[in-house]
Design a protein around this ligand. Structure first.
Ligand SMILES: *Cc1c(COP(=O)(O)O)cnc(C)c1O
Length: 328
């Protein structure tokens, strides 16, 4: 990846003439079946550009309580776009109930914000939303005249899991085809240092380009970063299956441990809940693990993520470290 970055031809992407950025945008748009794409510094900015390309001041987007573009982005769509979120509770499988979506869509009445957009996320906290559900939810949105946005920061994890050894690119394209815009992240599972892409129609991407400029996300000689992302698309998609296998290995290694409840992982994120008296160990647990070289987040619900810098020996060390914390 570093060699690809060093070899990347550069231009000035603010003028649209960085060949490496243009090549990346064409590659990801083509892969996911869209007319156009826009390279942006972060997934947060990609979602912001997406929501603000669909919605104007006084519009509303329907979104899940746990979704990144509602909960974890500092309220950006409201702050920068005067777009009101309409958050909904998730079902246990991560989906938003169709009845809840339908009930949240407001009639055209001056009392209400104008409901314009349904935003979904896949994977959501590592959970793959069933493809049939995505079909139904996006069909409902279209029937009701809403646009649809997918926060697919982890789309390729969903695609690899769904392909189950088959063609992950085809699955990614099949999921993306249901949405008007899709955001994908290069710096999570795909392992590039920086960057996301927003995909959509030429018109939508033209609007997004203006928002990216206002947000300060138009970069100059960013081809070096685009080359890293492009390398990740070529070399780091299918290998996500290894991360998923290692998350399962971690889950199996912790199974039966007193005081924890392990959720079977769909992809590369594993949640471990502390139950009963073990909850008393929560304070200091993450620090104790860190001392043993194991990084996790959370308090009563620990979150572990496998990725391309983690191997089977590392997972086994993590299992031993976690087990020792619970003995100690
Ligand atoms: C990480 C993440 C983002 C935001 O990406 P940043 O590059 O950290 O801004 C958005 N959505 C999802 C689902 C993510 O996991």
């Amino acid at each position: 990846m570093r060699q690809a970055m060093q070899a990347a031809p550069l231009g000035d992407d603010v003028f649209g003439d960085d060949p490496s950025v243009n090549a990346l945008q064409e590659k990801i748009a083509g892969m996911l079946g869209f007319e156009a794409a826009l390279f942006v510094p972060t997934g947060t900015q990609s979602n912001l550009c997406g929501v603000l390309s669909h919605c104007g001041r006084g519009d509303e987007y329907i979104v899940g309580q746990l979704q990144h573009c509602y909960r974890w982005e500092g309220g950006g769509a409201a702050v920068f776009g005067s777009v009101q979120p309409q958050p909904l509770e998730h079902q246990a499988d991560g989906s938003l109930a169709l009845a809840d979506i339908e009930a949240a869509i407001k009639p055209d009445d001056p009392h209400f914000a104008r409901t314009r957009l349904l935003a979904l996320e896949n994977t959501l906290g590592g959970k793959v939303l069933p493809f049939g559900y995505l079909q139904e939810a996006t069909a409902l949105a279209k029937r009701k005249g809403l646009a649809t946005h997918l926060d697919g920061a982890r789309l390729f994890n969903a695609a690899v899991a769904q392909a189950a050894g088959g063609d992950a690119r085809k699955e990614a394209r099949r999921i993306a085809s249901l949405f008007d815009s899709v955001s994908v992240c290069f710096s999570k599972g795909l392992g590039a240092p920086v960057g996301s892409a927003l995909c959509g129609t030429k018109d939508l991407i033209a609007r997004a380009r203006r928002i990216r400029k206002m947000a300060g996300g138009a970069m100059r000689q960013s081809g070096m970063l685009a080359a890293a992302a492009s390398h990740a698309l070529d070399h780091h998609v299918d290998r996500l299956a290894q991360d998923h296998a290692l998350a399962r290995r971690l889950a199996e290694g912790l199974a039966g441990l007193d005081g924890v409840q392990v959720e079977a992982p769909h992809t590369n994120i594993l949640f471990v809940d502390l139950v009963g008296p073990a909850r008393g160990k929560s304070a200091g647990l993450v620090d104790a693990l860190k001392k043993q070289g194991v990084l996790a987040t959370g308090l009563y619900r620990l979150r572990f993520v496998t990725h391309l810098d983690v191997d089977a020996a590392g997972v086994d060390r993590a299992v031993a470290a976690i087990r020792s914390c619970f003995r100690g």
